[in-house]
Write a protein of this length. Structure first.
Lengths: 295, 267
């Protein structure tokens, strides 16, 4: 009895330590980033010596600030989500609601392979695709924002599919039965009851996918990002992005000031990701309230 | 008296297990028909055969003949050579169903009624709200929730939730109502409220109620159908049997067999 109590207490302490490890790691990471990056935050970090309004409106290019990289990251994340959202959620819905067990097994295998593909391989795939296009159908094809977004979309697709599928599978069976008994068709049931009921889980997947798209460097490095391109001019042009700016600064810095600006960029990326996360959370709450009709 | 449903030689099986064996009887249009029987006797499966809800479960096979009066005389429910049947969604929207556990949708009180009306019946919003109010009044819930329409429905009490489910079924203006042990999860007070409500509703709709409580069966039923092992064993009219005798009949009507209905919902 005493031995059992001792082992229970020991297990509780062990688990408490396990829970503390990520908390401490995040605390030190944030503290370090804030300590190094916070003093760097300011108008010059973003716009250098260009007046902010001129830079924001694109009247004057910014060559030595983070603004083009911030804009490039936002464009990239937006375009990636636009490309991956519909197929990702659609595939998850099909997998959970409509696929036969045989089809589901095949789709899950494909998703597992895709999820296990390293991002550098995805980047190489994009790069090879451009080489193939240049030598075949489109001699003018080049690495660009669109190509990077396509490759990133492939990278985040399994996250969206799995999150949607798991969220739908977690919807209680009684809700399906109730909707069916009320006379909902299968399509109405999926669209008007199951998807909204599974929305928190799906939004969770979207937030994860957004974070992944915002921070990935390996894919974009081979598919269109450059250190100095200014604001993205179009889908077919090169662009700047924050994770690449951080990587480039860390690898090529000439003096301490430049390294500190790299820490500033890392903090900006963290803030930008948090901002996107907050926006997504807010949208989820608004969507849920609207569907539920709860005031 | 006219007939609300005619069941003839109905067999239902899930996989290799036959749950209902050659069930045949008529359901009168007036009053409450009670299906009584012990757990696993096939009551719920029989109820779900009327609105073809069994077909949502895997490996379900149904044979036989079921006809329902959905407003234009008896019409076949299951496809058969030469028989035109309504779509599943249309059939189910015309046959209201209330489950053992209150199955409120995870939305507000008002939206629980408005959502099916908008989606299934395709009504405009103003009409949906009007019908929702009438349905809530007909289950005596309006006065209790009229100031809390935008509250989440799962915050209502168990009895209120069950009345909300009843109102949701009524709002779709069904031709008949199926109730699967509607008071099984309620306390005595809420049970009495629901029973009073069912007796009132029986004046407007044909009601088929499943129960395994002899007292409730005798209180509610104009006709009692005793089931055991997937067969109809005996039928009684109101006044021809008391609760104690019915309890003995139920106890003697076949040994308890494994649960017949698929286990998605209790019962």
């Amino acid at each position: 009895m005493r031995c059992s109590l001792f082992s229970q207490a020991w297990l509780r302490w062990l688990l408490r330590c396990c829970a503390l490890v990520p908390c401490i790691a995040v605390f030190f990471l944030l503290a370090f980033l804030l300590y190094k990056g916070l003093p760097q935050l300011g108008v010059p970090l973003f716009f250098d010596d260009v007046p902010p309004l001129d830079a924001l409106l694109g009247r004057r290019p910014v060559w030595d600030g983070l603004w083009p990289a911030c804009a490039g990251t936002l464009y990239l994340v937006g375009l990636t989500l636009a490309l991956a959202l519909f197929p990702g959620v659609g595939c998850g819905l099909y997998l959970a609601e409509f696929a036969s067990p045989h089809q589901a097994a095949h789709i899950r295998l494909v998703m597992d392979v895709l999820a296990g593909t390293p991002s550098i391989v995805m980047g190489l795939f994009g790069f090879t695709l451009i080489l193939f296009l240049r030598h075949s159908f489109a001699p003018g094809a080049n690495t660009s924002l669109l190509l990077a977004a396509c490759c990133l979309a492939l990278l985040i697709l399994p996250v969206l599919v799995t999150a949607t599928c798991e969220a739908l599978e977690a919807v209680p069976g009684s809700l399906r039965l109730t909707g069916t008994a009320l006379g909902f068709t299968r399509r109405q049931l999926a669209r008007r009851l199951l998807l909204p009921a599974a929305a928190p889980g799906i939004w969770g997947g979207i937030i994860l996918a957004m974070g992944r798209a915002a921070e990935d460097t390996a894919v974009i490095m081979l598919t269109g990002v450059v250190a100095n391109a200014g604001l993205p001019a179009g889908l077919g042009d090169k662009f700047e992005a924050l994770p690449f700016s951080i990587f480039y600064t860390a690898a090529q810095y000439q003096d301490t000031n430049e390294l500190l600006r790299g820490f500033g960029a890392a903090l900006v990326l963290l803030l930008l990701s948090s901002f996107l996360l907050l926006c997504a959370r807010r949208m989820e709450v608004r969507f849920r309230r609207r569907w539920q009709g709860v005031s | 008296m006219s007939i609300a449903a005619r069941i003839d030689d109905l067999c239902v099986s899930f996989g290799r297990r036959e749950i209902l064996h050659q069930v045949s009887f008529d359901i009168q249009a007036g009053g409450i028909t009670v299906l009584a029987g012990r757990s696993g006797s096939g009551k719920t499966t029989l109820l779900r055969a009327l609105n073809r809800l069994n077909e949502t479960f895997p490996h379900c096979r149904t044979s036989g003949w079921v006809e329902l009066d959905l407003g234009q005389g008896l019409e076949p429910v299951y496809p058969a050579p030469g028989a035109a049947v309504r779509s599943l969604a249309l059939l189910r929207s015309r046959v209201g169903m209330v489950f053992q556990t209150p199955n409120v949708l995870p939305v507000s009180v008002e939206r629980n009624l408005v959502l099916p009306l908008a989606v299934v019946a395709g009504l405009p919003e103003a009409e949906c709200r009007h019908r929702a109010e009438n349905a809530l009044k007909s289950v005596a819930l309006w006065s209790e929730v009229k100031d809390r329409l935008s509250m989440n429905a799962d915050r209502l009490s168990g009895g209120q939730q069950q009345r909300l489910c009843l109102a949701r079924a009524l709002a779709l203006e069904p031709a008949m109502l199926l109730l699967d042990e509607p008071t099984a999860s309620l306390d005595v007070h809420a049970t009495a409220e629901i029973e009073d409500l069912l007796l009132q509703l029986a004046r407007q709709y044909p009601l088929v109620v499943v129960t395994h409580h002899p007292q409730q069966a005798v209180r509610l039923g104009d006709r009692l159908i005793v089931m055991a092992d997937g067969h109809v064993r005996q039928q009684f009219e109101r006044g021809s049997i008391d609760a104690d005798t019915l309890a003995r009949v139920l106890a003697g009507a076949g040994a308890d067999s494994p649960e017949a209905a698929p286990a998605c919902l209790p019962g």
